[in-house]
Design a protein. Sequence first.
Length: 482
Amino acid sequence: MNRLFVKKPIGQLMAEADESEKGLKRSLSAANLVALGIGAIIGAGLFSLTGLAAANNAGPAVTLSFVIGAIGCAFAGLCYAEFASMIPIAGSAYTYSYATMGEFLAWIIGWDLVLEYALGAATVSISWSQYLVKFLHSMNIHLPAQLTCSPFETVTLMDGSVVNGIMNFPAVLIIAFLSLVLIRGTKESAFMNGLLVALKVAVVLVFIAVGWTHVNPANYDPYIPANTGAFGHFGISGVFRGAAVVFFAFIGFDAVSTAAQEARNPKKDMPIGILGSLAVCTILYVLFAHVMTGLANYTEFKDSAAPVAIAIAKTPYHWLQQAIILAILAGYTSVILVMLMGQSRVFYSMSLDGLLPKVFSQVHAKYRTPYKSNLLFMLFVSLFAAFVPVRIVGEMVSIGTLFAFVLVCIGVIVMRKTNPELPRAFKVPWVPLLPILGVIVCIALMASLPLDTWIRLAVWMGIGLVVYFTYSKNKSKLGNNL
């Protein structure tokens, strides 16, 4: 059993970081990292799941849901920042867990990160597809309805007839395109992401400024709708479930940590990227959600993955709707880009450790990117985007993210006890209080998610255990050197 909990020495991790010339290229500045974080945070949680959480769980109090989510993220973000400044290599929570809690728990978190990144990309691509359909519809271009949603969803046609979807084809196309962009190079991807983020933030600010003067105060009454008698359907429990539903949109700072091995000065820049992106986006989230639920009654957002279009239609600036939808499409593109990048970097690290096949860590001779990993995840994510409804993948991402945050918060406490002498460019204040609060908030949000989400997590983690004990445990480079 001791082999299951063997820890990777910090010295070995640092040596691997120093060998970056042989692997991933250090090309990202602090500004690039903040942009990566904003690129991942501002996306489906703001433009899509905000409406679903308001309509089904929290009502106008979805703004409180974002505050609760931000509090949990702040605790976890501080812990991520300390780890990223201390262990500046690719892999995010997987790498941190390997150094603090051993190989088995590192495997668990690495496998869990598939839910966080791969399914996160799938979630956003589905919403991207719905906004694209609305944009093309306004230009009198109509895609076949059956090719814009999963087989488990229905579409009402212009004549009133209802048909089942076949697959979400636009979602598959955007995932394929961005996977190819990532293969081309990290610096090129970061440049593209920076342009998209600038456009997206501008749209958010315009929406807040324009919408604020047209808010109808009646839409805030009641601010917290009465609970329907079921947990999570309005009332206080609905506010917490709303926080859990939209929580995955806060994982942008987590994606920043996966790029540590490609940062120019990771010990200084990683905390800036992580905490800076989280602070900026939390403010924008709360303001945006407040305006959106003030423009339209929360009940109007039910079953819509494009609630911003509904809200902007309540203003006299209808001409803005198409411009905003176009900018949202650009913003979603940056989210998918960051998610796909984060996933490939986690599996890159796991493959280098022998826990996954070598194919995941093979770097392109010219572009120096894990191109085979990008291609494999292009296929994997496309399957979820094409055939699974957005609600299911969104909740799976949320529970996977929260689980990762819990382990990172615990890891900081462990490292302070076991390796107090290690240099830390950034230190979490008030340890162990803040990490413990992070664990409590994240577990509370996990507990508020539906039972079927827990069942899917258990099934996924069960598959991961089979892979670990039949392959990874026997191929582990660290375990075989004992």
